[in-house]
Structures are given as structure tokens and as C-alpha cells.
Design a protein around this ligand. Structure first.
Ligand code: ASP
Ligand code: MG
Length: 424
């Protein structure tokens, strides 16, 4: 018997009709002789609705109570799905994250899975049930309180369960047909990527591709759980995310140096201009940022000016942390001794990603040439072994994605792409 874990996102269970549709799909998988564990997200936008409701009642809700509230969204969809399956003659049981043995840290709103003790899930499977587990939640090992794992984290629940249960693979169902070479809303010629390595998917997720939760991909890579990303609205094959060694290289795949182009509009740029180029200054700046609990992304430091030994330093960070960072750096102006502090959130990051660039020279020049020919100025650059990212003006992001996609030969020849959703 094959054991599979399938996760259905909020858009797949948005209303009663959709829940019944998903139940029919699951019933078919069960009747085909599989052991089935389902991880479910809250219906439609109900997590956002619960959040809005909380903020109407209290401007700064206690994190513990917010988690008590938000976890009810998944509890609803899980129970409703179990009812729908029973009506189809398929025995099913729903479990909260806590009941399913999802043990986490105590950090409300952003807890991490420490361990999964799937005894109860295993028993329920042996009894012949389809097991339905509430995504995005668990219970703290220390406080015994209910926790949530961060927005969009049902993906992570699914992969963690697949690993703990030794499932053959994990399927993530949303409203898109898989991972594309670029966002099809920007590049209509984008194509579905049939197979992609964990490393490339990690870079894509970190660079703004919203198809899979970043932590879910980290988990899948660490535990080597193959993930199949596909649509619950069709039977089309999706994208397999797996170990690079398990990816079959067809002639077409060998050609592809770049697997995809990702973009991200959620970051802002801070420039500290005219800062004395003294030992320890960067440590001091990023100490201030770290103490404010802010993660940074790219950093660029200029060579220091000959006349006065001062330099400029720029870095990017989540836009949502911009204000906190600026205030913290302003407060430290005297000890840092800079001339000017500049903040710019009209920027975007465009990245080309592909394991092929390890062994192919000229990828950087192709990318930069395409951007230059389109008249796009590069504000910052950063690279990893399999990624090149640039920061450009916000209004040039779409064009940058398009020209990069074309320059690396990723445009499909007129093949129509089925794409409507948000990837949730
Ligand atoms: N319902 C949660 C959210 O909207 C978790 C998820 O959808 O994965 O963030
Ligand atoms: Mg959701």
C-alpha cells in the first residue's frame, strides 16, 4: 500500500461545494488502495478574516490568544472535510495539530516544529481511516499552549508529517498547475517546470516565488521528501521538487542553464551614506539591526573615498521592518557618525536561478546585458552558487523579469498556460 500525504490550500476548500469536490478527489485516492493523510488549510481567506476580527477587538492581541483564535480556521475545514468524506462512505477522522503530535517551540505566531509523534495518526490509519490533520499549528513542548507556524505554513506541516510517517511523497494542492519559469501574470510565455531540485526551489522560494513556503522546502530537502506541487482544479501533472540526483535529464533539460526567474517586491533598501570606513563599523550597524530582530538580505559596501576615508553602505530588508530599522539607525547616529540615512521602498529584486550556472560561464554577462539593453539600471547585485539577484527600481521589475526570461531561452512557443490562482 502506498502512503501519501496530500495538502489542500485554502482556495481549494473555499466553500461547501469545494469541500465536497476535494472530498471526492480524496475518496478516489483512498479507493485506489492508498493510505491517505490530508493536511488542510483554513477555508478561503478565513485566516485573514480572523486576523481582522482580532484587530477590531484589540489593537495588539496577546500572541497566545491570537494563536487560539487562528487555529480554529483549520479546525473548521478539517471537521467539514471529514463529514463530507463520511457521506461518500469513506471513514475519516480529523485531528488538531496537537492531537496529531505536532510538537513545536513556544514562539506564538512563528513556532518551529521540533518533533512529530504520529502514534495517534498511525493508529487511525490502521483502523482504515483517512486522517485529516489541521495545518499550520501545533503544541508547544514547554508551555503546552497551542501555537501557529507562520502564515502559509500548512505546506510545512504536510512535509513534516510525510517525513514522520515515511510517506512515499507529499502532494501540495493549490490553484496553480505547479512551479513556472516565471510568474505567468508577468510572462505569459512562462512554462511549467516538470522537475526541479530542492536547492533551486529553495532559492526560488527565498527570492519571492510564492508557490511553496520556504520552510517547507528546507524541511523537504533535509528529510529528502519528494514534493509534488499541483492544482486541485485539474488532473494535470504539476512540478516535482526532488533531489538533484533523482532528476532525469532529457535533452531539453541539459540545455536549460537557468531554471527560473523569480521576483520580489517586498523588500526595501537602506543606504547609510558617508560613514567612516573604520574597523568594526559594519559590525556595529548590523548589531543594531539584529538587536531590532530584523533579517537583512543583500549588502553592498562601496570602496572608501580617498579624500575623507568615508564610504557608503546599502542593504535590503523586509519593507515591513523598514520603519523600525530607520528609527534604530537614527537613534545611533552620533556613535555611527554617518552623514546621511536614505530609505527607498520603491525597489524590487529580480533573480535568475539554476544549477546549470555552476558549470556554464557567461550567465552573469547574459543577464546584465539583457537588463542593460532594456535600459534598466542595477542598484545592487548579489550572487550564490546557483543564483544571481539584482535590485532594480520597482517600476522596472516586470520588464526585468521578461527580458531575463527571454535572454535565457525560457519563453515557450505559444503554448497556452492554464493559470488563474494565487498559489494557495
Ligand atoms: N491558513 C493559514 C494561512 O492562511 C495557513 C496556510 O494557509 O497554510 O496562513
Ligand atoms: Mg490560508
Amino acid at each position: 500500500m502506498t502512503r501519501v500525504v496530500q495538502k489542500f490550500g485554502g482556495s481549494s476548500v473555499a466553500d461547501a461545494e469545494s469541500i465536497k469536490r476535494v472530498a471526492r478527489r480524496i475518496a478516489a485516492t483512498r479507493r485506489a488502495g492508498n493510505e491517505v493523510v490530508i493536511v488542510i488549510s483554513a477555508m478561503g481567506d478565513s485566516t485573514d478574516d480572523l486576523m481582522d476580527l482580532a484587530l477590531k477587538v484589540s489593537p495588539q492581541p496577546a500572541p497566545r490568544e491570537l494563536d487560539m483564535l487562528l487555529t480554529t480556521g483549520e479546525r473548521q475545514s478539517a471537521a467539514l472535510l471529514a463529514m463530507a468524506l463520511s457521506d461518500l462512505g469513506v471513514p475519516a477522522r480529523s485531528y488538531t495539530g496537537s492531537q496529531a503530535g505536532v510538537i513545536t517551540t513556544a514562539a506564538h505566531g512563528n513556532a518551529r516544529i521540533i518533533d512529530i509523534t504520529p502514534g495517534r495518526v498511525e493508529k487511525s490509519l490502521s483502523a482504515g481511516n483517512v486522517v485529516i490533520v489541521c495545518g499550520f499549528q501545533g503544541v508547544s513542548q514547554t508551555t503546552k499552549d497551542v501555537t501557529t507556524l507562520g502564515r502559509g505554513a500548512s505546506d510545512t506541516t504536510a512535509v513534516a508529517l510525510a517525513s514522520a510517517l515515511n510517506a512515499q511523497y507529499c502532494e501540495i494542492y493549490s490553484d496553480v498547475d505547479g512551479v513556472f519559469t516565471a510568474d505567468p501574470r508577468i510572462v505569459p510565455e512562462a512554462r511549467r517546470i516538470p522537475e526541479i531540485s530542492y536547492e533551486e526551489m529553495l532559492e526560488m522560494a527565498a527570492c519571492g516565488a510564492k508557490i511553496l513556503h520556504l520552510r517547507c522546502v528546507e524541511y523537504a530537502r533535509r528529510e529528502d521528501v519528494p514534493v509534488h506541487v499541483r492544482s486541485s482544479f485539474s488532473d494535470n501533472p504539476g512540478t516535482w521538487v526532488k533531489d538533484l540526483a533523482d532528476i532525469k535529464k532529457g535533452p531539453a533539460m541539459e540545455e536549460a542553464i537557468i531554471s527560473g526567474v523569480a521576483h520580489d517586491r517586498s523588500e526595501a533598501k537602506i543606504t547609510i551614506a558617508g560613514i567612516p570606513d573604520a574597523i568594526g563599523r559594519a559590525a556595529q550597524i548590523f548589531g543594531i539591526i539584529a538587536d531590532a530582530g530584523i533579517n537583512i538580505d543583500m549588502i553592498v559596501q562601496n570602496a572608501s573615498r580617498v579624500m575623507d576615508g568615508r564610504t557608503d553602505l546599502s542593504f535590503t530588508l523586509p519593507m515591513s521592518d523598514g520603519r523600525t530599522a530607520v528609527e534604530a539607525l537614527r537613534a545611533a547616529r552620533n556613535s555611527l557618525g554617518y552623514e546621511q540615512l536614505l530609505y527607498d521602498d520603491q525597489v524590487g529584486k529580480v533573480s535568475v536561478i539554476g544549477v546549470g550556472m555552476r558549470s556554464h560561464p557567461g550567465v552573469t554577462s547574459t543577464f546584465f546585458r539583457a537588463l542593460a539593453d532594456a535600459g534598466i539600471n542595477l542598484q545592487m547585485i548579489s550572487t550564490s552558487e546557483i543564483r544571481i539577484s539584482v535590485v532594480v527600481a520597482a517600476e522596472e521589475v516586470d520588464e526585468a523579469v521578461r527580458v531575463a526570461h527571454t535572454a535565457f531561452g525560457l519563453d515557450s512557443e505559444g503554448e497556452a498556460v492554464v493559470y488563474a490562482g494565487t498559489g494557495r
